[in-house]
Unconditional design. Structure first.
Length: 205
């Protein structure tokens, strides 16, 4: 049996709830392939932007390396871009990860940490100006559901994280596994990362 890939989902006060649990639904379809770990600066309950809390399994400072690092968005990102300790831990974990991913304005955190420098990336279209300002050395793509650049996957707003997660499953396990994960969740996967009507709706085109 292949060793499980460790999926580290970073949470912080004010994370967007679907940014976190949407993608994890699909990785959780294959427990023999993926082990999901919730990471935060401190262990215990971390409140989402919507109110309900999630439990952090490991503290960032003592967390073992992860294979897939995922950073969600949410209103808490506006605070966390100034959290040097958090950004340093993201850099540490990213250094050993096979894949580094963001959902929504989580791209702002990756960008502020320098992890998107010289890379193509996207982010939430309604918060595009704020998020892109965190990464002047990033090539931001306005019209994209998600963007893959090397080992980095960034997605647009909220539900786009689910499309990105399925795309990453396709890369790791193959297209059939990806489509099965979507079918199991009764989710219509947008398989074309360029199919993004929200960029125009947000006035970015």
């Amino acid at each position: 049996m292949t060793e499980k890939l460790r999926v580290g989902m970073v949470i912080f006060e004010g994370f967007e709830i679907l940014d976190v649990f949407g993608p994890l639904e699909f990785f959780g379809r294959y427990p023999e392939q993926f082990e999901i770990i919730m990471l935060a600066e401190s262990m215990g309950a971390i409140a989402s932007a919507q109110g309900p809390s999630a439990m952090a399994d490991e503290a960032l400072t003592s967390a073992a390396p992860v294979d897939i690092l995922i950073v969600p968005g949410g209103k808490g990102t506006r605070r966390e871009v100034d959290n040097a300790d958090l950004l340093a831990e993201l850099c540490r974990l990213a250094g050993n990860a096979q894949f580094v991913c963001s959902v929504c304005t989580g791209a702002g955190l990756l960008a502020k940490a320098g992890l998107l420098d010289g890379k193509r990336a996207t982010t939430n279209k309604l918060s595009y100006a704020w998020a892109t300002a965190q990464g002047p050395e990033t090539e931001w793509i306005a019209e994209a559901r998600w963007v893959e650049d090397g080992n980095t996957f960034t997605s647009a707003g909220v539900t786009a994280g689910m499309d990105m997660a399925i795309a990453l499953i396709a890369k790791i396990m193959g297209i059939d596994a990806a489509r099965e994960a979507a079918r199991y969740a009764e989710y219509i996967w947008n398989e074309d990362p360029r199919n993004d009507p929200f960029a125009k709706l947000a006035g970015l085109l």
